[in-house]
Structure formats: C-alpha cells, structure tokens
Design a protein around this ligand. Structure first.
Ligand code: ADP
Ligand code: ASP
Ligand code: MG
Length: 427
C-alpha cells in the first residue's frame, strides 16, 4: 500500500467534534494499510480572528510577527488532530512546517515553497505513525524565519508533500462535494464537475474560486500530481483535477465536454483611476514602475481618452484591495512629476470570470456572456480576456446576480438536487 496525502481545511476542523470526525476519517485510511500524511489548516475562522486581533493591536503589524502569530493556528489543529488519533488507538506525530522540511523563500505572508525535505516525515512513517503537518507555513532558507504561504496555503502544503513523498495523488477534503460550476454558496444550482483540467482550474483559482489555492494547482501541474477535491462530510466521489479533463472519456462524452468549465467571482480587488494623464510617451511606464517598486501585483489595466480633455488619458487598473492604500500613496508621490489631475479609488467592485478551454474553438462566447450580464441589469466597468477566460468588473453589490445570470446563460445549472454546503462560514 502506498502513501496517502490528505488535507483538511479549517471548515472541516471547526470544533472538537469535527476534529474527532476528521481523526476517524484519517484512521480509516490507516486501517486500510496506507501510510498517511495529513496537512491541516487552522480551526474554523481562527486565522481571520488572529488577523483581527493583530489589527486591533497594531494598524500595520510587522510581517515577521504576523507570520509567527498566524502559524499558531495550524499548530493548534495539528496537535488536536494527533491527540484525537491516539485516542482511537493509533499513534500520530505532528510537525510544524519547518519540522516537516517545508523550505520557502523569505517573503513573509506569501512565501513560495522552494524545496521539501521530508526526512522526519519518512522516519515517523517508518515507525508506524500517522503524520500530521501544520499547513500554510514553512521556514525560509535564507533568513531561517518562519513564513506563511498566503491565505488558503494549506492546499499547497498538501500538494508539495504529495510531490515530495511520491504519492499517486493528493486528497483535498473540504466543506463542499468538489469543484462546482460556480460557488455553491451563491449558485445553489451549480453542478459538480467530475473532472477539470489543470489549465481550467488554474484560471478558476486565479479568478477567485477559493476552493483551491492557486499555487497548489501550479504545483500539481508542475509535478503532475492529480488532486481529488472532495467533502470531509460525505463519502461521495469529488472532482479530479487532472492534466486533460477529457482524456479516457468515451468519445461521445468527449464530444459533449462542456465549452465552459465554470463562473468564478472575486470580491477582493479594488480599482484605481489616474485621471487626466498627459497623453505623452512614457507616462504609463512611470506610473506602473512606481507600482512595481511598491511590490504591487496588478490585474486588469485600461487606458481611455480622458473625460476631462482629449489631450489627456485616464488610466484605470485593478489590484488586491489589501494593497490599495500602498498604491494610492505611491501614485500620490508622482502627481507633480507627471501632472495628472486626480486619483480615484473604488473598492466596491467585483470581478466575474467565465472560464472554459472550449472558448478557443467556439465563437460568440463573449457576446453571450455580455448579453447575460446586461439582461441582469448589470453595467460592465472593465473587460479583460485570456485564451480561455473572459473577466468583467462590475459593482460589488451586483456580483451574485451577474454570476447567476452567466451560469444560466451557458446552461450550467444542474437539474438534480441542489449543491450541499456542509460547513464553513464563507468568510
Ligand atoms: P477549506 O476550509 O476546506 O480550505 P475554503 O473555504 O477555503 O475551504 O474553500 C471551500 C469553499 O470554496 C466552498 O465552501 C465554496 O464556498 C468556495 N468555492 C468558491 N468557488 C467554488 C467552486 N467553483 N466550487 C466549489 N466551491 C467553491
Ligand atoms: N489557515 C489559513 C487561512 O485561513 C490557511 C488555510 O486555510 O489553508 O488562510
Ligand atoms: Mg481553503
């Protein structure tokens, strides 16, 4: 029997009784004779609660200390799960990310895993223990400091462990039955996908579908690790994230492989408009260099003739809300130098994205998407596209309506039972 790598999210570990339920599930795999390695997240919403606490203590907590604080959440889970397992008559050893050999770069808050050296895990498995690893954390190779991998990062810990331990696949246990055609919290008629390709899952995750951490999908693709996303609350088969979703399907089903994999939404971005930029060579470069120097990742960018005058342009872009104030400060510093008129900041926006590899070969997808959004009475503020994605920015309050409208327009609604959300607060 091989190694099984499982991940349990915070929504599956909300309280003592769910910790015991998860322990029973882990022990089931152990009983079948597998070596079991488990990555766990912090209980319930405890990461958010720790963040709230930090912000009450300090408006701008030092990144190193924030990582120290947040990694405590996963340490609580790992120890409790190990205790519950030993109560069931099996032995378990818990390890922090650092002890488990998760080596990262030195960027606090969004560190990248650069290596996994699972020596202590292998030894513990050889000694017959179940291994529990604190997710979402590692240790920097350069600074030796404790780092975190970004929100939702336990998914990435699990896939990185699966790759390092040469597991066949990685099981991600969560509070819904798999990856759906839209977030089942806002579209109850969303349909569960049996399979989805890495390519489509990357776009879904990048566009806000928080069912999987973006880096975990990148990692899985790089190391060719299939991911099985499923519920920790049911025994149902979930969704397989694989290289090619249509491979091995009977030809008829292959032909019917949907054009669209799903609709994702994201409420974590803000929009900044630099109004009245002189229409001259090099001005956009100056603006975006200042933002790059401030380490800000931009998403969409649009340049228009300014409403103020024809010799001026307005440049709008979207970025993570969390970086909004830093960006405004960096741009305000350029005002005299560039001579733009003003800066506008709007964080009451949402992004809706339609994703599907079939878009490449089917014309008319954008027209249908925009018509559906218009029919729902929603105004589109910005548009961007990639080969297999169309995204629009809309008013934040209209996100749910726009997602539902696009979902129905592409016939994604299920005619079976409604999607079940077993737990979690959706926070
Ligand atoms: P965990 O605590 O297990 O990591 P998360 O809250 O991070 O769980 O992710 C699971 C949630 O992702 C679901 O409860 C659901 O609301 C949300 N979600 C967003 N988009 C999708 C989607 N396309 N399919 C399934 N779930 C989705
Ligand atoms: N506890 C962390 C978070 O809430 C990591 C995770 O859940 O994967 O973001
Ligand atoms: Mg998660």
């Amino acid at each position: 029997m091989g190694i099984v790598v499982q991940k349990y999210g915070g929504s599956s570990l909300a309280d003592a009784s769910s910790v015991k339920r998860v322990a029973r599930r882990i022990v089931e795999s152990r009983r079948q004779g597998h070596d079991v390695v488990v990555a766990v997240s912090a209980m319930g919403d405890s990461t958010d609660e720790l963040l709230d606490l930090a912000n009450e203590v300090s408006p701008l907590p030092p990144a190193r200390e924030l990582d120290m604080l947040l990694t405590a959440g996963e340490r609580i889970s790992m120890a409790l799960v190990a205790m519950a397992i030993s109560d069931l008559g099996f032995t378990a050893r818990s390890f922090t990310g650092s002890q488990a050999g998760v080596i990262t770069d030195s960027v606090h808050g969004r560190a990248k895993i650069i290596d996994v050296t699972p020596g202590r895990i292998s030894t513990a498995l050889d000694e017959g223990h179940v291994v529990i690893v604190a997710g979402f954390q590692g240790v920097s190779q350069d600074t030796k400091e404790i780092t975190t991998l970004g929100r939702g990062g336990t998914d990435t810990t699990a896939v990185a462990l699966a790759a390092a331990l040469h597991a066949d696949h990685c099981e991600i246990y969560t509070d819904v039955d798999g990856v759906f055609t839209a977030d089942p919290r806002i579209v109850p008629s969303a349909r569960k996908l049996d399979r989805v390709s890495y390519e489509e899952m990357l776009e879904l995750a990048a566009c806000g579908a928080k069912i999987l951490h973006l880096r975990c999908v990148e990692y899985a693709r790089r190391y060719d690790i299939p991911i099985h996303v499923r519920s920790s609350f049911s025994q149902l088969e979930g969704t397989w994230v694989v290289p090619d979703a249509a491979a091995d399907l009977p030809e008829a089903e292959d032909m019917e492989q949907a054009i669209i994999a799903g609709v994702a939404h994201d409420r974590s971005e803000a929009k900044i408009t630099v109004v009245g930029v002189p229409d001259k060579v090099g001005e956009a470069a100056r603006i975006f260099e200042a933002l790059a120097d401030a380490q800000i990742n931009l998403d969409m960018i649009v340049q228009n003739i300014s409403a103020a005058a024809t010799s001026l342009t307005d440049i709008s872009f979207t970025l993570p809300r969390a970086d909004g104030q830093t960006a405004m400060k960096a741009l305000a510093g350029l005002r005299d130098e560039i001579g733009f008129a003003s800066l506008l900041y709007d964080d009451k926006i949402g992004k809706i994205s339609l994703i599907g590899a079939g878009m490449r070969s089917h014309p008319g997808v954008s027209a249908k998407f925009f018509s559906a959004i218009a029919a729902a009475g929603v105004n589109i503020q910005m548009i961007s596209t990639s080969e297999i994605r169309i995204s629009v920015i809309v008013d934040e309050g209209l996100v749910d309506a726009a997602v539902a409208a696009a979902h129905s327009a592409f016939d994604l609604d299920s005619d079976e039972v409604e999607a079940v959300v077993y737990g979690g607060s959706g926070r």
